[in-house]
Design a protein around this ligand. Structure first.
Ligand code: ABU
Length: 534
C-alpha cells in the first residue's frame, strides 16, 4: 500500500530516483538533515525534489483525467484517526525523506481535486499549469512584499499588474492605486476602511468615538464580507442597510435612494455603497450607472465588488455587464476566480492615489527607513494593514505573459458558453427546474432537481419542505461517490437549490451533460427512498 515506507520505491515512472539511489549509507535512509544546507546535500536534495515533482505531476495528470475521482471523501473523524497509515500526528523523532514523500502523496490523495473538469463547487477552480509554476517559483523565492529591498522584482510586477487592471477598469493615467491582498473579503474590508478615512480622516487617531453614526449600503444578494467589514471596523453590522433586489438578484436603485434618504432623516450619516458585479449565488450584476448616479448625488463612496465578475472585463463580449465600473471609487477583483489564477490572488483597486498610504501608514522605522539608497515610494508595505505580505502577483504576471489578454478573454468566454449550455439543457428537462428563467449573465446557473413525486405537486409549504431536502441528500451521495462536486444553498424564500459555476477552462460540454445525468441518477435513487420513508 502507498503508505508503507519502502526505500527502493518505484513511484517515478518517468525518471528513476538517481540521486536517492546513490545515497551512500545503505543502512540508513536519508533524513531532512541530509538535505541542503548539509555539506554534500545537493544530490539528496535533487533526488528528493525529483520524487516530489513526480508526485505533483502525477496529481496534476489525475486532476484532468475524467476517470479519476474528484475526491476520495472521508469524514473528519476517519481522517483524524489516520487512514491506511496516513497519520496527522506530529512525531518527536524525525521521519525519513521517504516517509515524507508518502505523506505528501497521501495529503493529495485525501484532498479535493479542484482542477478536475467536474469540480463545480466553488467560484475558484481549475489548475493552470503556468500559474502553478508561478506559485512554485514564488515559494522558492520565499520573500515578503513589504519592501523593495527584499522584493524588487515582485514589487514592480505588482505595479505593472495593478496599472493594467486599472486601465481595464477604465481609470485614467492619473488615477489608480491598489494592492494585492488575501482574498475578496479583505479587499472589500479595505474599501470600507478607505471610504471611512476619506470622509473622516480623524478616525485613524481618534477612533469611532469621534465620528457620527455611519451607515453603509449593500444589496440583499451581496457577499457577507460587507457586513463583516462593518463589524470588524467598529461600525457595526446593524449599520449596514440591506437594499432590496429584484427577482434576478440585482439591487433596485430606487430602493437604494429611499434607504439613503431614510438613513439621513434618522440623523445617520450614509457614506458608502457597495454594488456587486457578479453576485456569489445568482451571478447577478447590479446596475452600476444608476447606482453611481445616486452615489454622486448624495456624495457617497461607490465600491464595486467585482471579485467574481471582474474577470468578465477581459471579454469584449461580456464586459458590457460591468458598464459604469469606471465610476467606482474602489473595485475588488479576484483573478483567482474567473481568471483561473491559483489561490490566492485578489486586488483592491483604489481610484484616489495616495489614500491607501495616508490611511494605513505608521512609518515603522525598523522597516520603512526614509534614508535608504533607492526610491522608497516602492516600499509599498505601509499602504497595507498587514506587515508581512505574501507574493500573490508572480503567478498572475506569468499567466498573463503566457496567455496574453486574449487568452483570458477566450477562457472567460468558454466558461460562459458552458453556463449557457447548462441553461439550455435544463430548460428542456422535466426533472429539473430553473431558479430564474432568464439567461445567465455570469457563469452561475441555479436550479432544483425535482423528484418524480414532486413534479405534479402544487407549489406550497409541503412541496418546499420536501424539495429543501433534495439537494443536500444528492450532494452527500455525490461526495461519497466522488465523481463530481457542486454546491447548494437556500436563498431568501427559495429552498435549497444547486448552484453550478464555471471558472475552470478544462470543463467541456460533456462534463456539463455528465453533471446533469449524475444529479438525475443520484436524485432518482435517493428520492425514491425519501418518499418511501415519508
Ligand atoms: N467569496 C468566496 C466565494 C465562495 C464560493 O466559491 O462560492
Amino acid at each position: 500500500p502507498s503508505h508503507q515506507a519502502a526505500w527502493r520505491w518505484s513511484c517515478s515512472p518517468f525518471q528513476p530516483c538517481v540521486a536517492l539511489w546513490s545515497w551512500p549509507c545503505p543502512d540508513r535512509v536519508p533524513l531532512c538533515l541530509d538535505l541542503l544546507p548539509a555539506l554534500s546535500g545537493e544530490d539528496t536534495t535533487k533526488g528528493f525534489f525529483q520524487e516530489l515533482v513526480n508526485i505533483l505531476f502525477s496529481y496534476v495528470c489525475k486532476s484532468f483525467r475524467r476517470s479519476s475521482k474528484v475526491l476520495d471523501f472521508h469524514h473528519p473523524h476517519q481522517l483524524r484517526v489516520g487512514l491506511e497509515g496516513f497519520s496527522l500526528e506530529l512525531p518527536d523523532q524525525p521521519e525519513n525523506l521517504e516517509q515524507l514523500l508518502v505523506d505528501c502523496k497521501d495529503t493529495l490523495k485525501y484532498g479535493v481535486k479542484t482542477g478536475h473538469p467536474r469540480f463545480f463547487n466553488q467560484l475558484s477552480s481549475g489548475l493552470d499549469v503556468i500559474g502553478l509554476a508561478g506559485e512554485w517559483l514564488t515559494s522558492t523565492a520565499n520573500t515578503n512584499m513589504f519592501t523593495y529591498e527584499v522584493s524588487p522584482v515582485f514589487i514592480l510586477m505588482e505595479e505593472v499588474l495593478l496599472r493594467k487592471m486599472q486601465e481595464i477598469v477604465g481609470w485614467s493615467e492619473v488615477e489608480g492605486d491598489g494592492v494585492f491582498c488575501p482574498g475578496g473579503t479583505m479587499s472589500n474590508l479595505y474599501s470600507v476602511l478607505l471610504a471611512r478615512y476619506h470622509f473622516f480622516p480623524e478616525v485613524k487617531t481618534k477612533g469611532m468615538t469621534a465620528l457620527p453614526r455611519l451607515i453603509l449600503f449593500t444589496s440583499a444578494h451581496s457577499h457577507y464580507s460587507v457586513k463583516k467589514s462593518a463589524a470588524v471596523l467598529g461600525i457595526g453590522s446593524e449599520n449596514v442597510v440591506v437594499v432590496k433586489c429584484n427577482d434576478r438578484g440585482k439591487m433596485i436603485p430606487a430602493e437604494l435612494e429611499s434607504s439613503i434618504v431614510t438613513a439621513k432623516d434618522q440623523g445617520c450619516v450614509p457614506f458608502y455603497v457597495n454594488a456587486t458585479a457578479g453576485t456569489t449565488v445568482y451571478g447577478a450584476f447590479d446596475p452600476l450607472n444608476a447606482i453611481a448616479d445616486i452615489c454622486e448625488s448624495h456624495g457617497l463612496w461607490l465600491h464595486v465588488d467585482a471579485a467574481w465578475g471582474g474577470g468578465l472585463l477581459m471579454s469584449k463580449l461580456h464586459r458590457v455587464k460591468l458598464q459604469g465600473i469606471e465610476r467606482a471609487w474602489s473595485v475588488t477583483w479576484n483573478p483567482h476566480k474567473m481568471m483561473g489564477a491559483p489561490l490566492q490572488c485578489s486586488a483592491i483597486l483604489v481610484k484616489k492615489r495616495g489614500l491607501l498610504q495616508d490611511c494605513n501608514q505608521l512609518c515603522a522605522e525598523y522597516l520603512f527607513q526614509t534614508d535608504k539608497h533607492y526610491d522608497t515610494s516602492y516600499d509599498t508595505g505601509d499602504k497595507t494593514i498587514q506587515c508581512g505580505r505574501h507574493v500573490d502577483v508572480f503567478k498572475l504576471w506569468l499567466m498573463w505573459k503566457a496567455k496574453g489578454s486574449e487568452g483570458f478573454e477566450s477562457q472567460v468566454n468558454k466558461c460562459l458558453e458552458n453556463a449557457e449550455h447548462l441553461f439550455d439543457k435544463l430548460k428542456e428537462r422535466p426533472d429539473f427546474e430553473l431558479v430564474f428563467k432568464s439567461k445567465p449573465e455570469h457563469s452561475n446557473v441555479c436550479f432544483w432537481y425535482i423528484p418524480p413525486s414532486l413534479r405534479n405537486m402544487p407549489p406550497g409549504p409541503e412541496r418546499n419542505r420536501r424539495l429543501h431536502e433534495v439537494a443536500p441528500k444528492i450532494k452527500a451521495k455525490m461526495m461519497e461517490q466522488g465523481m463530481a462536486m457542486i454546491g447548494y444553498q437556500p436563498l431568501g424564500d427559495k429552498v435549497n437549490f444547486f448552484r453550478c459555476v464555471f471558472s475552470n477552462p478544462a470543463t467541456q460540454t460533456e462534463d456539463v451533460d455528465y453533471l446533469l445525468e449524475e444529479i438525475a441518477r443520484l436524485g432518482h435513487d435517493i428520492c425514491i427512498r425519501i418518499e418511501t420513508d415519508l
